[in-house]
Design a protein around this ligand. Structure first.
Ligand SMILES: C[S@@+](CC[C@H](N)C(=O)[O-])C[C@H]1O[C@@H](n2cnc3c(N)ncnc32)[C@H](O)[C@@H]1O
Length: 436
């Protein structure tokens, strides 16, 4: 095995990541599940809902917390996890068994060997891994080989600009010998002491988060290991990451936390950008725009994106009709209960309080509110997908007359109102519009 792969394996055998207890579950973390639900990137790319009974690979699964999230977010999926570290794989197996996930398998295996499994995947999650590997193009190429033609892959690397001081600190600790062997208790203690002793004005000290006063506890040990003593850790710029994608023959779909990457959101007047910038943007590729954002405001730790095979396209639907559904991650008892209370109380409902990823910009959160008529009209979506036509009939019953003139509302006018509402909610993926 490569020297660096061996170091990574040893590091994660000593401290499998993340160190969450077996009982901890992301089942109530709607935003976390929204990101791990294939519906999200699949709809962003194809404007359709994904197939059922999918097979998902968690490449570099660590202790299995995200494999668990993948299983919970995609009921019915078969989960396959691989990792270099035996200890991590063992924990991941225990975790999915503990949570009674029906269908999974884990293997001790390097990503670069994944084709040996002989399985093709609908979704590949490769989270917090590629930033460590010596040759990300080789790893991406291996993953691409096992990605189905319409499959989607989530990958990320550390943002060089955001983590610059961590990389400097890593180099510092490497120079004083802390990364020669597998860093464990002693090395963690040394980092702790040095960081504590550094004067507060020192730039690198700005990275330091102190969890305990006297000696590092479990949480701070993980923080030290994963930031100051992380084997193989490297930072990338957007152009470097997009070069890797292109060399591996993969196509960018969208950033995982896409509202945080909108250039307009960095300006005081988003709808009135300086003219020169406005002009430059017309010519810029998606990668260039993202790079511009990162140059101005490198707020994200990860350059985190979805990608797939180039030019993948779904066959056009044969004579389908317009259908409407809620994003599956909104269909749970908490949202349903709150929706019903607001509906029956005739009060507007702040849907954005329940799913924040689609509204969370770099600084501000947008608010998405729907009124009681909309709540009533869309209520059947909790039962499943509905045709636009059936929702329109319900809308007409709820809102038959103009509230001011009391004249009957024409079906065409009602259809326009409903369409506008649905398009507005669709901008945030709260509602999915499909042809089926
Ligand atoms: C920071 S942890 C991330 C774990 C998990 N993906 C998560 O986000 O919670 C990185 C994991 O990737 C694994 N890893 C690193 N390089 C790998 C490779 N080439 N093949 C397989 N696993 C690898 C490590 O053993 C470690 O468990």
């Amino acid at each position: 095995m490569d020297e660096i792969l061996e170091k990574i394996r040893q590091q994660f055998n000593y401290g499998p990541y993340p160190r969450h207890s077996l009982e901890q579950s992301p089942r109530n973390d709607r935003d976390f599940l929204f990101i791990h639900n294939l519906t999200t990137p699949y709809y962003l790319r194809y404007r359709q809902r994904p197939p059922q009974n999918i097979t998902i690979l968690d490449a570099g699964c660590g202790s299995g917390y995200k494999a668990l999230a993948l299983a919970l977010a995609n009921p019915g999926a078969h989960i396959v996890g691989i990792d270099l570290s035996e200890k991590s794989v063992e924990l991941a197996r225990q975790r999915l068994a503990f949570h009674q996930i029906p269908s999974y398998e884990f293997h001790v295996m390097a990503i670069e060997q994944v084709a040996d499994l002989g399985i093709m995947f609908d979704y590949i999650n490769c989270d917090e891994v590629l930033t460590l590997v010596p040759d990300p193009v080789a790893s991406l190429t291996a993953l691409k080989q096992v990605l189905k033609p319409l499959g989607i892959m989530r990958i990320n690397v550390h943002n060089l600009y955001q983590r610059q001081y961590y990389f400097q600190a890593q180099e510092f600790f490497r120079m004083i010998g802390l990364l020669n062997d597998n860093p464990e208790e002693l090395e963690i203690q040394i980092v702790y002491e040095i960081m504590e002793e550094l004067a507060d004005q020192i730039y690198v000290k700005g990275t330091w988060r102190r969890y305990v006063k006297s000696k590092p506890d479990e949480k701070s040990k993980e923080f030290i290991l994963m930031n100051y003593l992380l084997q193989g850790d490297k930072g990338y710029t957007i152009p470097q990451l997009f070069d890797c994608l292109e060399t591996a023959g993969l196509e960018f779909i969208e950033m995982v936390y896409w509202p945080k990457w909108r250039l307009k959101s960095l300006f005081k007047n988003p709808d009135n950008l300086p003219a020169a910038l406005h002009l430059a943007l017309e010519e810029a590729s998606p990668a260039e725009v993202l790079h511009l954002v990162n140059l101005l405001h490198s707020g994200e730790r990860l350059l985190d994106l979805w990608c797939g095979h180039p030019d993948a396209e779904l066959p056009p639907p044969a004579n389908g009709q317009p259908m409407v559904s809620l994003h599956p991650q909104l269909v749970d008892e908490t949202v349903k209960k709150a929706w019903q209370e607001h509906l029956q109380g005739g009060r507007p409902f702040l849907l954005s309080d329940y799913l924040k990823v689609p509204v969370q910009g770099p600084f501000q959160q947008e608010q998405v509110e729907i009124d009681a008529i909309a709540l009533g009209a869309l209520w059947p979506l909790f039962e499943g997908t509905q045709s636009f036509q059936s929702l329109l009939q319900r809308w007409l019953q709820l809102y038959p007359r103009d509230l001011l003139t009391l004249e009957p509302i024409a079906e065409e006018t009602a259809a326009t109102m409903l369409r506008e509402l649905l398009l507005f909610l669709n901008r945030y993926l709260y509602v999915l519009l499909t042809v089926e």
